[in-house]
Design a protein around this ligand. Structure first.
Ligand SMILES: O=c1ccn([C@@H]2O[C@H](COP(=O)(O)O)[C@@H](O)[C@H]2O)c(=O)[nH]1
Length: 272
């Protein structure tokens, strides 16, 4: 999907919500465990109940890899379902990959060609040759970890390297990579106060922002400092939507939570 098409969807749906599909067999309603593929059954119900309220879904691959082959099959069924039934949706494989160039090329093929995701999250620390194989794919997006939502982000990402914090180095240096027009960045909602500085370096880039809800980040703070004329934000919520209820009403409860976030997003979009 092109960035232009993503922006059009945001305007049409009045939403920049990304729903994280972090599907955990210990948290989904018990009655679904009788299904042949409970993970896919849960994802399908959540997607069918919420697709009109969001523009993106983000399965975190860890939640699928944890179940071995069955998990990978559920991931494949989920992305195929999204691409077939809801092709207007932007898809993100939250896989946090990155390796020497030769290996990154195989990761890029796995997520962009085999699974046909629109984007994948990448750890930037192995540098240019580890990121450029992902950027070579036209109309696919590489989402680099810049400033993550967790407390450990302060261990390295905010430390100075040659007079500039590491996350700023990531932003500055990655802009020089071949194919950098395909870059987006992860910035945690819990780091909203850094967004003014981040926007000085990447004024128009899309930011994937996890950390609202369960991690305590604030949607309005993120918008205050991070929104751009073309919105430039995909705000993710996973647990806060998926596990709003673990009863028979789980899909409707997820829809209500997604609607609450979309209502707030509508208000933010009206300010632009
Ligand atoms: O900095 C980061 C990068 C990725 N994540 C991922 O996003 C979701 C957040 O889930 P919630 O349940 O809404 O907290 C999850 O998959 C994380 O691995 C992040 O939180 N922070």
């Amino acid at each position: 999907m092109t960035t232009k098409a993503l922006i059009q969807q945001i305007r049409k749906k009045e939403s920049f919500l990304c729903i994280g599909l972090d599907t955990d067999l210990e948290k989904i309603p018990e009655h679904l465990l009788k299904e042949e593929d409970p993970v896919f059954a849960f994802n399908k119900a959540i997607i069918d109940a919420t697709h009109h309220l969001c523009v993106a879904y983000k399965p975190n691959t860890a939640f699928y890899e944890a179940y071995g082959i069955k998990g990978w099959v559920a991931l494949e069924k989920t992305i195929t379902y999204l691409n077939t039934e809801y092709p207007e949706i932007f898809t993100i494989a939250d896989a946090k990959r990155g390796d020497i160039g030769n290996t990154s090329t195989r990761y890029a093929k796995a997520f962009f060609e085999d699974l046909n995701f629109d984007s994948v999250t990448i750890a930037p620390y192995m540098g240019k040759d580890s990121v450029e194989p992902f950027l070579a794919f036209e109309d696919k997006h590489t989402i680099l970890l810049a400033l993550t939502s967790n407390i450990g982000a302060y261990d390295f990402q905010t430390k100075e390297l040659e007079g500039l914090e590491l996350y700023k180095q990531v932003l500055e240096v990655s802009k020089t990579y071949n194919g950098s027009e395909n870059l987006m960045y992860v910035v945690g909602a819990t780091k909203a106060s850094y967004l003014t500085d981040i926007r000085k370096i990447v004024p128009n880039s899309f930011l994937l922002v996890p950390g609202v809800g369960a991690q305590g980040g604030s949607l309005s703070e993120v918008c205050k400092y991070g929104i751009t004329p073309d919105v430039g934000l995909l705000i993710n919520s996973s647990r806060g939507i998926l596990y709003a209820s673990n009863g028979e009403d789980y899909a409707i409860a997820a829809q209500q939570k997604a609607k609450e976030l979309q209502d707030l997003m509508k208000q933010e979009l009206a300010k632009l």
